[in-house]
Design a protein around this ligand. Structure first.
Ligand SMILES: [Zn+2]
Ligand SMILES: [Zn+2]
Length: 137
């Protein structure tokens, strides 16, 4: 699979299959993407590469690095120290975003109240989809 930013200068290539694909409701993802939620996929280092210009990095919180195209501002990725060898790229920048489907909602406790979902997917507390915990009642 391939993806690119809005202006096309930042691009990447990914070997399938990917590790995971989830929709995140956390405030940091919402702010970076200027969207009520975002969907990203995880891919282990070595199975993906930048093919154009590498995006610009910034540390959005301790242990979390996000990236964006320095020309057009498109958000491209985030990486957490908690999963240091896994890159997360945003599904919406794929050339064919319909190739992946999310399987889980993460940080669901931060979901905006007016976001109405009826996709039947499970949801979990917090951002770490590798340690899925059901939402507290
Ligand atoms: Zn760009
Ligand atoms: Zn998030």
């Amino acid at each position: 699979m391939r993806g690119h930013c809005l202006c096309g200068k930042c691009s990447f290539e990914v070997d399938t299959p990917v590790l995971s694909c989830v929709s995140c409701h956390c405030e940091s993802c919402r702010r970076q993407c200027a969207a009520p939620m975002t969907t990203y996929f995880g891919i282990r280092d070595g199975n993906w590469r930048w093919t154009g210009e590498a995006p610009k990095l910034f540390a959005s919180s301790p242990g979390v690095e996000r990236s964006f195209c320095p020309h057009c501002g498109t958000p491209m990725s985030f990486r957490s120290q908690a999963m240091s060898d896994v890159m997360h790229l945003y599904v919406s920048v794929l050339e064919n975003p319909e190739e992946l489907q999310p399987t889980l909602h993460v940080a669901y406790e931060e979901k905006l109240p007016w976001v109405q979902l009826n996709d039947g997917l499970p949801s979990c507390f917090g951002p770490d989809y590798t340690k899925v915990q059901p939402l507290p009642d």
